[in-house]
Ligand binder design. Structure first.
Ligand SMILES: NC(=O)c1ccc[n+]([C@@H]2O[C@H](COP(=O)([O-])OP(=O)(O)OC[C@H]3O[C@@H](n4cnc5c(N)ncnc54)[C@H](O)[C@@H]3O)[C@@H](O)[C@H]2O)c1
Length: 432
């Protein structure tokens, strides 16, 4: 069948905002995979298959064999961070990967030195960076970031660039219509240097889109989920997506809650708590950054359970999410869920989950998939919010009057059907 997406020619620059635990695990793993030293476990683009046509046709190829994704050998990594450490130093510091795994790609990691960050301490209270741009205004911040992207592209002979956020969570920013409603208002606010309404992450996003690069928001920051950014994405014909990588507890939540809903089992309460000791945990220990995360984590259940449709089952459940900074665990988060449910004649039952996970190990493949898929979308001419990538996010972006899809398997069906569309194949049921 005719392939309708432009082929991936030349090199793809991957500019990662923040060179911490998640980014270095993603970069080191990708480098190790392309050297044949490791396997891309958890990556949809590298490992998943897609059924095409009727069952009896027995066509079940790897996604990467039928969709023109960029080859891993054509990726070139760059970054920004508020600390000058190379990716090698930062990966060593993060202690997610074992030293022999980091050392197996030492030369490549040492060559990745972050550019000075666009940073404002008011937006991440717990960090004190030294490797930071001096900016006269938010507009100037964007101009400097745009120059960085252009320079990176030329120096590394890249044909295309994707910018992905894996930097710290910023403080909670409520939608502010006077600034965030139109592109004209947004640009004026940057020129007027409204530092409390325009976050550094918005400047990265604005710079990326203006330079013809898709932008991915991996933290729960208010950023590309405001109308001004939708207008910019439309103007520049660039894909945007977010927000907040769906990794541990929320991944569980979007699998268990559809089961309850499908079997018409009621919910009285869902208490989620976890301990986490990495730098992300330290940043989230600040109540203003935690608020951003909390809003993102709390958003998932309602859209799956539909309390308005089923008030007897879900009209009154209590939902609580806590994150506790506990240094001894570093990146090896432990997440507990206590779920109080009820069944036949209202009899109560409980489900307990104890997930001993590794935060960055769960997140790394999502970054690889999101980079390759947004680049694919750009080549296909798909711009604006990429709903089909909701699969990867805790709090999928949606329009003002739209309900987000949070059920993992509905998201998975949407993703595969979008890929089928791209290569001229028929839609199939979600289960296929
Ligand atoms: N690991 C997961 O499971 C997961 C899931 C969802 C979201 N996230 C989000 O991903 C992000 C990264 O997580 P992490 O564990 O790698 O954290 P980390 O603290 O190890 O790394 C973040 C890096 O960003 C840098 N930084 C902060 N502000 C910056 C700015 N304005 N510009 C450039 N660099 C900046 C910091 O110096 C740090 O090196 C966090 O926002 C986290 O909430 C992680």
């Amino acid at each position: 069948m005719e392939n309708k997406v432009e082929p991936a020619q030349g090199r793809l620059g991957v500019l990662v905002v923040g060179l911490g635990a998640v980014s270095t695990t993603f970069i080191a793993g990708t480098l190790a995979v392309r050297k044949g030293l490791s396997k891309p476990i958890g990556s949809i683009t590298q490992m998943a298959k897609i059924r095409l046509g009727k069952k009896e046709e027995n066509r079940n190829p790897l996604i990467k064999d039928v969709v023109p994704l960029t080859d891993l050998n054509d990726l070139v990594f760059g970054s920004w961070d508020i600390f000058p450490d190379s990716a090698y130093e930062s990966a060593t510091h993060a202690q997610v990967l074992k030293q022999p795994d980091i050392d197996s790609v030492k030369d490549e990691l040492e060559a990745i030195k972050p550019m000075p960050a666009a940073f404002d301490q008011n937006w991440v209270k717990r960090l004190h960076g030294t490797h930071v741009k001096s900016c006269k205004s938010r507009w100037d911040m964007v101009e400097q970031l745009r120059a960085d992207i252009r320079k990176f592209k030329v120096t590394n002979k890249c044909d295309r660039v994707v910018v992905i956020w894996a930097a710290s969570t910023e403080i909670y920013l409520p939608y502010c219509p006077e600034t965030h409603d139109t592109l004209a208002h947004f640009e004026q606010a940057m020129k007027d240097n409204k530092m409390d309404k325009i976050s550094p992450s918005m400047c990265y996003a604005y710079a990326a889109l203006s330079e013809g690069a898709p932008f991915i928001m991996g933290a729960p920051n208010t950023c590309v989920d405001v109308p001004a950014m939708w207008e910019l994405a439309e103007k520049t014909k660039m894909p945007i997506c977010g927000k907040d990588y769906k990794t541990g507890q929320t991944l569980m939540k979007t699998v268990i809650s559809p089961m309850l809903h499908t079997r018409m089992l009621g919910l009285n309460g869902w208490f989620s708590t976890n301990i986490l000791g990495n730098r992300d945990g330290e940043v989230l220990d600040d109540p203003e950054s935690f608020k951003t995360k909390e809003v993102s984590k709390l958003s998932v259940l309602d859209s799956v359970l539909e309390p308005k449709e089923y008030p007897e089952l879900y009209g009154n459940y209590y939902h609580k999410v806590r994150i506790n900074y506990y240094p001894p665990r570093n990146d090896n988060k432990e997440g507990w869920d206590n779920i109080d449910i009820f069944g036949w004649m209202g009899y109560p039952m409980q489900i307990k989950i104890d997930f001993l996970c590794r935060d960055s190990i769960l997140a790394a493949p999502l970054l690889l998939d999101l980079v390759l898929f947004t680049d694919l979308a750009a080549r296909k001419g798909m711009y604006g919010t990429q709903h089909w990538l909701s699969f990867f996010f805790k709090s999928p972006m949606h329009g003002e009057n739209e309900t987000p899809v949070n059920d993992l398997f509905v998201q998975w069906g949407n993703l595969k059907n979008t890929l089928r569309d791209m290569i001229g194949e028929k839609h199939l049921d979600y289960a296929d």
